[in-house]
Design a protein. Structure first.
Length: 373
């Protein structure tokens, strides 16, 4: 029994020492013979946070983040009661409205040494004046809007700084995992270069913002507030993996960012053509249910139903009609509207596609020339 008791004490002591060493490793101190984990260098594949990781990334990336100040023409009522719908009901619009200028704030970041800047479209939409503030200069630079896309809520500005500017590189948001650490830098409420830290909470979030429908947003718990819009969401390698674009006003710790994989696909067209060219077919469609399949005489639900054809669209020019059922697109089976939307989105403008349709109990092939929307 004595031997067993000593063995038990020895094992217990060994366990305590092991746990103590482990705690020392995690906390980075308390044991002189155990060194703290080294701080993470930019570009390192390590996923661990060292004591200087965040501050080092902020030091190396913060100078490329900018504050954007815009002026927008607005109409304000001369009489404040004009904002009351009951007042307008009795007095109409007999009171004049005054022209005014509203100042708005947002964020952005430099993506090239010659002064191209990426931000959200809603930050600069309808602006009559755009000023960009850099960290190393008190006075702003006048910025020119060179490209924008309302659907993706992206815009590209250009400033002439005279010298090479620090800029940020894009990372691959497709490689992100839920739980990955991220850093948001921006100007919430005009507070220059506010830094917040969090993780990726979810990927592929659908959201409607200002009539734009997104299907692939990043969700993060890094604090994002009004004024952060257009600022970068940065990974631990110091690269941009998202553009902060929206918050959930009813919740805390829920912000959304446009993935870098979306931005990099359209950045060059926005910089050089000023817009994003999109292919389109020009139809409204709906999935085929069992009831619709029976009504049209199909043996089973398949394809998508053309519920309307837009005048002047490629579909109308090709002869598609309301009531047609699209079964295939370039020999690929189509079983839901999203599948066809994706095929059209990936098509090249000017190319000819062939769709297999079902009409009046017969199938036929229809060639369609894809055009720019």
């Amino acid at each position: 029994m004595k031997h067993n008791k000593n063995s038990f004490l020895s094992i217990t002591l060994l366990t305590v020492v092991t746990v103590f060493f482990a705690c020392g490793l995690m906390l980075g101190g308390g044991i002189s013979s155990v060194q703290a984990a080294p701080s993470l260098e930019l570009g390192s594949p390590s996923a661990f946070l060292g004591p200087d990781t965040i501050q080092n990334i902020v030091k190396q990336t913060g100078s490329a983040v900018v504050k954007i100040e815009t002026e927008v023409q607005v109409q304000s009522p001369e009489n404040p009661f004009l904002n009351d719908p009951f007042f307008r009901q009795f007095f109409g619009d007999q009171f004049k409205r005054q022209q005014g200028v509203a100042k708005e704030l947002g964020s952005g970041f430099v993506v090239s040494k010659d002064g191209y800047i990426v931000t959200n479209n809603h930050v600069v939409a309808n602006a009559t004046k755009i000023d960009v503030f850099l960290t190393n200069r008190k006075d702003p630079y006048a910025a020119k809007l060179v490209g924008s896309d309302e659907q993706l809520d992206l815009a590209v500005l250009k400033i002439d700084a005279g010298d090479d500017l620090p800029f940020l590189e894009f990372g691959d948001s497709n490689k992100l995992e839920v739980g990955s650490w991220v850093i948001a830098i921006g100007n919430p409420y005009g507070l220059d270069h506010t830094v917040t830290v969090g993780v990726i909470s979810a990927k592929g979030r659908p959201l409607t913002i200002n009539n734009s429908q997104f299907t692939d947003l990043l969700q993060t718990d890094a604090s994002i507030n009004p004024g952060n819009s257009g600022g970068p969401l940065i990974n631990l390698q110091g690269k941009v993996i998202g553009i902060n674009t929206a918050i959930n006003a009813q919740a805390q710790g829920i912000g959304f960012a446009i993935p870098s994989s979306t931005v990099t696909q359209v950045l060059e067209p926005l910089m050089h053509q000023g817009k994003v060219s999109r292919p389109w077919l020009g139809i409204y469609m709906q999935p085929i249910t069992k009831e619709l399949a029976n009504y049209f005489g199909l043996q089973e639900p398949e394809g998508v139903l053309v519920s309307a054809v837009i005048d002047g669209s490629p579909a109308q020019k090709a002869g598609l009609k309301r009531g047609d059922i699209i079964l295939e697109y370039n020999k690929k089976k189509i079983n839901d509207p999203d599948k066809l939307k994706q095929e059209i989105a990936n098509a090249k403008i000017g190319q000819e596609a062939v769709v297999l349709i079902y009409r009046d109990g017969k199938t036929l092939f229809v060639p369609i020339k894809i055009e720019e929307r």
